[in-house]
Design a protein around this ligand. Structure first.
Ligand code: ATP
Length: 588
């Protein structure tokens, strides 16, 4: 496929403001691809060359890209820098220089998708002596043969600045439309994607084996499964009722979730966001080899730092220090981790996800040999609200976060937040019983004191997974220190876009729109009805947060599609005490 076609589509996507148009434009591009190159197209659309779990990233800094532009067009670096200052986008700089050059050269080889992809793959995986020069050469090599429009995107890809506003669900929907003729097949593709979390793999499978192949996808050791998530309930009574009078309840540990794969003596460890973290946890790797009695297995657990002397758990702030790239051995010694295993999804060639929880749990318990690092999560079988309450209280007393009730009969539902798991946490002091994870979609420049910072607040949104869009719910202006504001502005300016991104639904107009990318955790006093926000829109009004304040900086462990969903927001609204009294009048 010629890269010209890809570049022209990128241009069209850039000026699209409707999601459906986004999908049909993408679908017509996908129809031009085949089984040999569809994965290349999909990765490049997301500014990558491989799925996130591989850790393979193109990532080139601005300086290197400037150098490549200078080399490709035979101009000085200082000239590139000058143009960059003037135009504010290196993609446009390359486009400009390419158009000047094109008037002089008559012959150049048309770029293909394959060549562009392969060069970027080489850039991403280059190593050893002379690596910097190699990367610059590979990029310059592409630019030399690029048309001006192609040059614009070739430069934006390694800088991570494509900003096309496309999420995973949009890609799946476009694939369904392109190959199966109906967007509704997104559901089948999503099911496959939930098992293998690799859009390129799913796309190739669709092109090679059609719907049949997609429906037969099984988990693969070494490729992370998208995690099952929990719903929240307002009372233990509600939990018992939803569970039909009997359920399991497990301690909810406040650490971080690890998905562990093992094949023979090879171990992979993935984070909740499915990044490969194996190198950061040598102690867990060792424990898996010693304590897990299986040749091939995929299981999950929560890792939490604990005090070896007293046996007490450390708070999350301490545990999180183990998620680091340097000084790993020292940290492992200082803050040893315990891994509380809570589910098993695959064992020796068998996909266990369709099996009921009760059976999976039995298998899990048999898998773990006694040892000091890994143990099964604490669990009871509850047959009454009192059982749940006793267990909940004993968990909270020991400094745990709360409990997760689990439906004994339910399969493992990858990638979805379902009632098979219901979390119940100790109530916080504020009115709302939980924080929300919200996506920043824009910012306000700030007045008064904040004017000098250039940022006074952010517009945040919940996620609507069904329609794959973000709907606003609050303006957050407190909770950040001045330094954090400055840092935040720097991050946001890098992802600023000239107009409302197509997947954002908003009645508010921030001073600067940004690509939905960063998630912050927000606490509020209350959720109220509001005509200004689009989340939970019932035809007349939406929902808004009262007195929202940030309680985290940008969350590294959450992507935009991991944010609190619109449905959860509505549930939280309904779970507020005064709302329940007025229930009859509510439109939800
Ligand atoms: P939260 O911010 O409440 O931890 P989350 O969005 O990370 O939520 P949820 O689905 O809301 O994820 O809650 C489930 C999380 O609780 C899991 O992702 C896991 O990290 C953690 N957890 C702790 N103990 C358990 C357990 N026994 N079983 C399942 N998950 C557990």
């Amino acid at each position: 496929m010629e890269f010209r076609t890809v570049a022209e589509t990128f241009k069209k996507l850039e000026s699209t403001s409707e999601r459906l148009e986004l999908i049909s434009t993408l679908a017509s591009l996908f129809q031009k691809a085949d089984a040999s190159n569809i994965h290349m197209l999909i990765y490049l659309l997301q500014g990558r060359v491989a799925p996130p779990y591989t850790g393979i990233e193109i990532g080139m800094g601005e300086k290197l890209v400037e150098e490549a532009i200078a080399r490709a067009y035979g101009v000085d670096r200082s000239e590139v820098e000058r143009l960059y200052k003037e135009m504010g986008d290196l993609g446009l700089v390359a486009e400009h220089l390419a158009s000047q050059k094109k008037q002089m050269t008559l012959f150049s080889e048309p770029l293909t998708l394959e060549r562009v992809y392969n060069n970027f793959y080489k850039i991403a995986t280059a190593s050893g002596p002379g690596v910097v020069d190699k990367k610059v050469r590979l990029l310059a090599d592409l630019l030399k043969d690029a048309t001006p429009l192609e040059a614009r995107y070739i430069v934006r890809i390694p800088l991570g600045r494509l900003r096309l506003g496309i999420g995973d669900a949009t890609i799946l929907e476009a694939l369904a439309l392109a190959k199966l003729g109906d967007r509704r097949y997104r559901e089948d593709l999503e099911r496959a994607y939930n098992y293998v979390s690799d859009l390129g793999y799913v796309a190739r499978l669709l092109y090679e084996k059609g719907l049949e192949g997609i429906r037969n996808v099984q988990p693969v050791v070494g490729i992370p499964i998208r995690p099952a998530l929990a719903q929240r309930a307002s009372s233990l009574e509600e939990i018992m009722q939803r569970m039909g009078g009997e359920c399991a309840a497990e301690a909810k540990y406040d650490g971080f979730r690890l998905q562990i794969h093992k094949k023979g003596d090879k171990v992979w460890i993935f984070s909740r966001r499915l990044e490969n973290m194996t190198g950061q946890f040598p102690d867990i790797t060792k424990a898996v080899l010693e304590q897990i009695d299986a040749d091939e297995v995929i299981f999950e657990g929560e890792a939490i730092a604990y005090n070896e002397e007293t046996g007490e758990f450390y708070p999350f702030q301490i545990t999180i220090q183990r998620k680091r790239k340097h000084g790993i051995d020292k940290a492992a010694e200082e803050y040893p981790l315990k891994l509380f295993a809570f589910d098993v999804m695959y064992l020796n060639g068998e996909n266990l996800t369709p099996k009921p929880y009760a059976q999976r749990r039995e298998i899990l318990e048999k898998l773990i040999k006694p040892g000091k690092t890994i143990e099964p999560s604490e669990k009871i079988i509850a047959r009454s609200v009192k059982d749940l309450r006793d267990f909940f209280e004993s968990c909270v007393e020991r400094g745990l976060e709360g409990i997760i009730a689990k439906d004994l009969k339910s399969p493992y539902i990858a990638g979805a937040r379902k009632w098979a798991w219901i979390k119940y946490k100790r109530t916080m002091k504020s009115q709302l019983s939980d924080t929300l994870d919200l996506v920043i979609v824009g910012y306000y420049k700030g007045r008064g004191n904040r004017a000098k910072l250039g940022i006074g607040g952010v517009l945040v949104a919940v996620y609507d997974p069904k329609n794959d869009v973000f709907k606003t719910v609050a303006k957050v202006g407190s909770g950040f220190t001045e330094e954090q504001f400055v840092q935040l502005k720097e991050l946001l300016d890098k992802i600023a876009v000239p107009k409302k991104p197509p997947r954002v639904i908003s009645k508010m107009e921030p001073d600067v729109w940004v690509e939905p990318k960063y998630v912050i955790t927000v606490l509020a006093d209350e959720i109220t009805r509001s005509p200004n926000h689009t989340a939970g829109w019932d035809g007349e009004r939406g929902l808004a947060l009262r007195f929202p304040r940030a309680v985290s900086f940008v969350r590294e462990d959450k992507g935009p599609e991991d944010a609190t969903t619109e449905e959860e927001l509505i549930q939280m609204y309904r779970q507020q005490p005064h709302v329940r009294v007025e229930e009859g009048e509510d439109n939800y």
